[in-house]
Design a protein around this ligand. Sequence first.
Ligand code: NOJ
Ligand code: CA
Length: 702
Amino acid sequence: MKKRALLFIELLGLSFSVMAQTMSSPDGNLSMDFHLTADKAPVYSLTYKGKTVIKESRMGFLVRPSYDFSKNFRIIETKEDASDTTWNTVWGQNSEVRDNHKELFVALEQEKTGWKFNIRFRIFDDGLGFRYEFPVQKELRHFSLNEEVTEFHLAGNHKAFWIPADYDTNEFQITTSKLSEVPSLIDEARNEALACKSPTPNLAVQTPLMLKSEDGLYINIHEAALVNYPAMHLNLDAETFLMSAHLTPDKNGVKGYIQTGSVTPWRTIIVSDDARDILASNLIINLNEPCKIEDTSWIKPTKYVGVWWEYFTGGGSTWSYTDCQDIVIGKTDYTKLKPHGHHGANTSHVKEYIDFASKHGFDAVLVEGWNEGWEDNYAYAKEYMYSFTKPYPDFDVKELQNYASSKGVKIIMHHETTSSVIDYERQMHDAFRFMKEYGYDAVKTGYVGPIIPRSEHHDGQWMVNHYNRVVEEAAKYKIMINSHEAVRPTGMYRTYPNWIAQESARGTEFESFNGIRQDHQTILPFTRLMGGPMDYTPGIFEGDLSVYGNNKAKVGTTLVKQLALYVTMYSPLQMAADLYQNYEKHMDAFQFIKDVAVDWDNTYILEAEPGDYITIARKARGKNEWFIGGITDENSREATINLDFLPKGKKYQATIYADGKKADWKNNPKDYVISTKKVSSKTVLKQKLAAGGGVAISIKEL
Ligand code: NOJ
Ligand code: CA
């Protein structure tokens, strides 16, 4: 229940009144407090079942060149509200989402300047969100930020699952340590990234940040609805455990350009004493705006294969068509150049993938390396990096369109921009029209390398606006977007469900560089996936890359764990990433990938502990079929899989894909056993997972 108290504070002989506002979650477990301090700075705090989640933490801004917009306020208005609604997802982990929250709105005015901002808090059973709102006002129209002051003062030396702050990449291995250990580990963690890097000058980490307190609280800090604002990192004081907002600057160090009449993204704190509630939380999508696309019938969850993994195996296939350099896109006639003979995206090879996709019921084939420009993808001197309308001479776009459509398969377009963003915006509409002309309705975009030519950052406001603009424009053409190397997602897919997936974390490509530890996939759902689905590209059956000749890497999972990832790594876009020849050798195991759904009516988080294990069951959307995925880290374990989510009083057939007795990720990844079993809602399965292993189960009504 919400209380209001008037506190009278005596300070230096002056007395003034400070209004303390408290508000608790609908179920009463979470409780927040807001008030002004002695220096009239707005602060909030948060408790869960009486335990401190966030100690008194400050709010506000530092405005350029040097105005402190975080103290000397008076409260000019407060309002309370509550709302309990349910909305339908276009696609998702659940067909319906309940949004049950209470709201506190506080309007503040700074005493001398007269400048105003409002804070809107929303408290749910699983956490707190708040954002700043800048009303239109005479005294303040445009301003820019030195920093956002928002603090998250944690109550102790929590265990943290973190990646180092970086303005340009999130493709790091995740480190698990106490907060106090971050300073001694951060340099090593930074060196983990291969991608374009620009480390922050402070001791800071990225969000979504997952924390576990010694008294058993699971806390997740992130943001929702990142629009026209830079992405937030978190500074860390490793002695007091005070974390604070660290916005991504532009190339001149400005941390955001604000025009009044706007709002910031929501700052989100998801809390529970049960790790499963973190994965089940809908707080971030509930804080995003409803879908802005009226007709969503063309947005389709997709399972795909592609001309892709062969570029990573070391087998020799390449994106480029020729070894010739000095190419000028738009002027060089590629038909006059000598091909080097190992170009992946050639018509007949793409047809093999179309045949395979069609035979096994896949929706689509991704083709990378189809277009002019891959010879020099650093291309410092080129005006245009790539053409997004000119196929290589050996990629017959018309022929492939006809072939794919005769086989009932879509081709997924690829736009690697190499972060030549102005160039991409120039070509974008032509590129989208080209896609529509040749029957494409989805594109994987890519932002490898530093942003050209502006030296902006991937996570800065200018790029945030770019990614959002691409998605909005694509929607007008009925095009779905899967963006790679873009800023981490913040639930914007609710508003633009054509933003079907993103990368924005270390995905399967890193298996080919020996770069994925066994606990990685048990942490990602608690971190990166909190903001939205990931194009993780699982399904690698041949885990020993030395079979291709030049690559000594070993995939860090058993084959069965690769199956389980289709359920544990939620995405409406799922790739079967391996070469089709490797699936042909294991058709029995491949059956799970063929069967597994990519869109869901209900999700049941059965077991979860970040860094250790996850077991999830999901009901396929519109079908009486259920799929379960269980994964573990480097330790073997026994999963307890309670099927009480199945409708009662019926009999079902479960097909269980399990690690074999001698399986382990390192020495025996392909040892698997497939069995069937009659089950009901009363069944509790005990299932052994190998080190680095998993379990995958499909269930059908009998
Ligand atoms: C990096 C992407 O993550 C990967 O999937 C893609 O193949 C390459 N860039 C080339 O665009
Ligand atoms: Ca572990």
